[in-house]
Ligand binder design. Structure first.
Ligand code: HPA
Length: 287
């Protein structure tokens, strides 16, 4: 499916041009809101929003808990664009569609990408409700050949063989740590592993992922990060730990409603953190 689908530079450019002609905002920061975390977009002032269905070539979101809007506006005086609802591999999209918005953001002028997601914890030191700064990731679908950078390389975006050893910007990580300290908000720093979903993990898979070195697991984020890093954006990521991944046969099963419930409960803290983070972003990279 993925190999057949090709999007050319012109397609991204057309969508970017459409957005630039429909909004007065010129964001340097893009925020992708994870499951249940879409309220972050409501914080933007002077909003101009577009339903995904109204934006030329944009995919549609099909997941419960995801609205499907692109919201432009200002957060603490910094111009941002928020994706309220993202696209997932498990919805049946090829990864070039999942990551389509990221390249459009690049063409709109975005320099910093903030990604948020809901994730299950594998690390024993994590609690439900914890926030984790993503310090690195494991691209499990990538191990099986599912990578948004597959296919002919578009040199206008980046290198054929981009490095990923510093995918998550160290200065942004440090900024987030400083803000958490100031806000007296405890935070974890860990490795996020992407799985394809849509099922939650078996016990054997959970134990395997933990042994691999993952602290948290989820079904998103990594494709967007790969494409953002490829085209030279700075990336910062946060996971909200919505559940413990089941690692023992007698433990209670995970369900999507529980995941959304925890997201909603902790959305406020995440909003505060992201808002303060954006406020303190270097003016050069954030308007
Ligand atoms: N596994 C995979 N994805 C998830 C989980 C999980 O436990 N929780 C939230 N997203």
């Amino acid at each position: 499916m993925q190999a057949k689908e090709q999007i050319c530079h012109e397609d991204y450019q057309k969508t970017a041009d459409w957005l630039l002609s429909h909004t007065k905002h010129r964001p340097k920061v893009a925020i992708i809101c994870g499951s249940g975390l879409g309220l972050l977009a409501e914080m933007l002032k002077c909003q101009e929003s577009f339903s995904y269905s109204d934006i030329p070539s944009f995919p549609q979101s099909t997941v419960q808990g995801h609205v499907g809007r692109l919201v432009f506006g200002e957060l603490k005086g910094k111009t941002c664009v928020c994706m309220q609802g993202r696209f997932h591999l498990y919805e049946g999209y090829p990864l070039c569609k999942v990551t389509f918005p990221v390249r459009v953001f690049k063409l709109v002028g975005v320099e910093t990408l903030i990604v948020t997601n809901a994730a299950g914890s594998l690390s024993d030191g994590y609690k439900t409700g914890d926030i984790m700064i993503i310090k690195d990731h494991i691209n499990l679908p990538g191990f099986a050949g599912q990578n948004p950078l597959n296919g002919p390389n578009d040199e206008q975006f980046g290198l054929r063989f981009p490095p990923m050893s510093s995918a998550y910007d160290k200065d942004l990580h440090k900024l987030a740590l400083d803000i958490c300290k100031k806000l007296d908000c405890s935070v974890q720093e860990g490795v996020y592993c992407m799985v394809g979903g849509p099922n939650f993990e078996t016990v054997a898979e959970a134990r395997y992922l933990h042994k691999l070195g993952a602290d948290a697991v989820g079904m998103s984020t990594v494709p967007e990060v790969l494409v953002a890093k490829h085209c030279g954006m700075k990336v910062f990521g946060l996971s909200l730990i919505t559940n413990k991944v089941v690692k023992a046969y007698n433990d209670k099963e995970v369900n999507h409603e529980g995941v959304l419930g925890v997201s909603k409960m902790r959305a406020g803290t995440l909003q505060t953190l992201v808002t303060e983070f954006v406020a303190q972003l270097d003016s050069n990279t954030a308007d």
